[in-house]
Write a protein that binds this ligand. Structure first.
Ligand code: NDP
Ligand code: 8X3
Length: 258
């Protein structure tokens, strides 16, 4: 039987990387995109040297989701057989900084809005018509607990993830009639490169985010994606909020002294 194809944006690290490994184990062929090709090459090597996933076909491409022109060029360059995308994981995203609206860095705001909102929209605009033409497929948008609740100094990042939540609900409304499923996944604190990027490479500050409690790891979110994708055809998981036990709400984490 022909294998299904999954497209994962932001597959070079963290949740996207773990999701690629998991979907390979599930038997999907993969289109993986991000800006760092060396990371996508490592991912490809890891999948192809693991005997349980070595038959996975992988198409890796450099893509900055902030550029509509680049997104169009990426899709146009896909060989025809790769255009039959069954699963589309809209994962690329980032937070930059933690500051108040009245002293935030507007370049950081632009990067978050351009990536998390406009990037997600651009890739969706280009990829979803092909899924509609097939009359089947599953779109999974990675939102955040920051798209359900706000926290101190989270303002613009939270705004982008509230937008992802609204866009996900709209997509579900518009795509159900075409036979597609749409799921929003909203994690709390997952230890990835997320905080290192948020704090501009300050690893000590990033590590402090995860001190004194058991944070989520990327595989926890990949496991949820596996669950969502393995439901019966008539079942759609609309929305999942996944938190560390110690993080009851976005801005409050119960930490033990270490
Ligand atoms: P990572 O920083 O580990 O991974 C982010 C991924 O996004 C990387 O692969 C990065 O690739 C990619 N990316 C960033 N900007 C762009 C761009 N302009 N074009 C293409 N790809 C891009 O963080 P996570 O794995 O944690 O983040 C993945 C998603 O999960 C994000 O949307 C994030 O907001 C969300 N999330 C994360 C949480 C957490 O606590 N970690 C919690 C809730 C949600 P590259 O740099 O190579 O382009
Ligand atoms: C990431 C979750 O709460 O660290 O989206 O911003 S949080």
């Amino acid at each position: 039987m022909k294998r299904q194809i999954a497209l994962i944006t932001g597959a070079s690290s963290g949740i996207g990387y773990a999701t690629a490994l998991t979907l390979a184990r599930m038997g999907y062929d993969l289109i993986v995109v991000a800006r760092r090709m060396n990371r996508l090459e490592s991912l490809t090597q890891e999948i192809q040297t693991d005997p349980s996933t070595s038959d996975t076909r992988i198409h890796a491409a450099v893509l900055d989701v902030r550029s509509l022109k680049a997104v169009k060029a990426f899709y146009d360059a896909l060989p025809g057989e790769w255009k039959h995308i069954d699963v589309f994981v809209n994962n690329a995203g980032l937070a930059k900084g933690l500051s108040r609206i009245f002293d935030g860095d507007t370049d950081d705001w632009d990067q978050m809005i351009d990536t998390n909102v406009k990037g997600l929209l651009y890739v969706s605009r280009i990829v979803v018509p092909g899924m509609i033409a097939q009359g089947r497929g599953h779109v999974i948008n990675i939102g955040s607990i920051a798209g359900k609740e706000v926290y101190d100094n989270g303002n613009v990042y939270c705004g982008t993830k509230f937008a992802v939540d609204a866009i996900t609900k709209s997509m579900r409304l518009e795509l159900a009639v075409h036979g597609l499923k749409v799921t929003g996944i909203h994690p709390g604190a997952v230890e990835t490169e997320f905080s290192i990027i948020r704090f501009d490479g300050d690893v000590d500050r990033a590590n402090n985010v995860y001190k004194g409690f058991e944070n989520l790891v990327a595989q926890d979110i990949a496991d949820a994606i596996e669950f969502v994708l393995s439901r019966k055809p008539h079942v759609n998981i609309n929305d999942l909020v996944i938190m560390p036990q110690a993080q009851a709400v976005a801005g409050v984490i119960i930490r033990k002294e270490t």
